[in-house]
Ligand binder design. Structure first.
Ligand SMILES: Cc1cc2nc3c(=O)[nH]c(=O)nc-3n(C[C@H](O)[C@H](O)[C@H](O)COP(=O)(O)OP(=O)(O)OC[C@H]3O[C@@H](n4cnc5c(N)ncnc54)[C@H](O)[C@@H]3O)c2cc1C
Length: 400
């Protein structure tokens, strides 16, 4: 068993780290580099993205033939973690959700024509994209196959869409949408994926939903479909493959959340460790107090547990496995490790931790979504239980 990165991936990892240190971290404390939703402003982003391209670090998850770095999932894990040492990092490398998951899905299952029209502009950074699956109640949430209400009805060579979606990340800034809709009532093959453009008539953004944390570009929106017509050529995969497409997308996309969150958790811990190194209390530095050491040691331990689970899932995905239970385990553990690291760092920074002088409060509000987004932790535990029941002793097998 070998836990080492290849020399090529490790060299790229070091270059990403240096880039984040030099060009992105300084923007965090520059108020002119922020937009109204606490994210990096479009102007600052455009400038950094140009530098990322010049540095040859653009879109590591995409093939070289498309302008990316052609890394496998293990290499992505190493680079994504480094990118998210800055709260603004991933989007600068075109490796942020939901674009990265959408790109990976389109690359895997799109036809050559679909890739040219819908994928390449996202890879180039010319447009943004959204993935529209979740609906307000009583529609699809944790149980998309059972609960989806948005319908696609075939009329000749066109699909007519009616329904409502919500919490669609990036929708207010996206041009390309991957939409999941019901095409039959079959529990396994009832859903189908479609592609549509922002400018197509027959749909609208009802509202940008106010949230507790900082926002992705384009926010999280509620969408209404009232007769959007999609040509059959813009159907992704076969009719009835919607759930399959979702699983293909979410496998790697969920894990990329874990990769990024590990970087954020490490950064939070760095800020915590830095403060306790110098700060004096009761005749000692904080770091000399054993209970402080235990807090930091435990948070570091949970991050490393999350890294090992993430890397194991990455390795299995790279070997062609769906890695369902491994991705679920990583998602549950890393979401909690992220919380613990940020909460620990805030606690150890005292009043400073509660201020806006560090990015910790930004991270704290952001991190609450980790246990919900792309499947709540409880649902992932249910998935693990189902695997345990089905696989018995094979649940614990090594290899792929
Ligand atoms: C920041 C953010 C961004 C998002 N971006 C997108 C996006 O871009 N596109 C998109 O389609 N969706 C997006 N979502 C939606 C997200 O995927 C859903 O919120 C998630 O799947 C849960 O669905 P729900 O909110 O309807 O919760 P519900 O299904 O209503 O569940 C509520 C709670 O019930 C519990 N629960 C549910 N099922 C079970 C079970 N089987 N066992 C035990 N407990 C259970 C869990 O605690 C869960 O949190 C986003 C959500 C957030 C918060």
């Amino acid at each position: 068993m070998d836990f080492a990165l290849t020399a090529e991936v490790d060299a790229l990892r070091a270059r990403v780290r240096a880039f984040v240190e030099t060009h992105i971290l300084p923007l965090e404390s520059d108020p002119t580099a922020r937009d109204d939703h606490e994210n990096i402003s479009e102007a600052a982003l455009e400038a950094v993205r140009a530098r990322v391209k010049e540095a040859g670090l653009w879109a590591p998850q995409m093939p070289r033939s498309r302008g990316g770095l052609g890394l496998g999932v293990v290499g992505m894990a190493a680079l994504y973690e480094e990118m998210n040492r800055s709260i603004f990092g991933p989007v600068c490398f075109n490796a942020a959700a939901p674009d990265d998951g959408n790109m990976m899905l389109l690359e895997k299952v799109g036809t050559p024509e679909q890739k040219a029209r819908w994928l390449q502009p996202i890879v180039d950074g010319a447009v943004r994209s959204s993935f529209a699956m979740t609906e307000p109640r009583p529609g699809s949430g944790s149980d998309p196959a059972g609960m989806m209400l948005t319908r696609a009805e075939k009329k000749g060579d066109t699909w007519v869409i009616t329904g409502r979606k919500w919490f669609i990340t990036g929708a207010a800034a996206a041009s390309h949408f991957i939409l999941v809709a019901r095409t039959s009532d079959d529990p396994r093959t009832g859903l189908t994926c479609f592609l549509h453009h922002r400018d197509d008539p027959g749909w609208r953004i009802e509202r940008r939903i106010p949230i507790m944390g900082p926002e992705e570009h384009g926010g999280h929106c509620e969408l209404v479909y009232e007769g959007l017509e999609i040509p059959d050529a813009n159907r992704l995969m076969n009719v009835g493959d919607g759930l399959k497409a979702t699983q293909i997308r979410l496998g790697t996309a969920r894990l990329t959340h874990c990769m990024r969150w590990l970087g954020m958790a490490r950064r939070a811990l760095e800020i915590g460790a830095e403060y306790v190194r110098d700060r004096q209390a009761f005749g000692h530095t904080l770091s000399e107090h054993e209970s402080v050491q235990t807090l930091l040691g435990d948070a570091a331990l949970q991050i490393e547990v999350g890294r090992l689970l993430t890397m194991k899932a990455a390795w299995k995905l790279e070997a062609g496995d769906f890695a369902r239970k491994e991705v679920s385990m990583a998602k549950i553990v890393v979401a909690d490790a992220l919380h613990q690291a940020i909460d620990t760092a805030i606690q150890l920074n005292g009043a400073r931790g509660y201020s806006k002088d560090t990015p910790l409060e930004w991270m704290y509000r952001y991190a609450r979504q980790a246990r919900l987004v792309d499947g709540a932790s409880e649902v992932h535990k249910m998935v693990l239980f189902r695997s345990l029941q089905k696989e018995g002793k094979d649940f614990w097998s090594w290899g792929v």
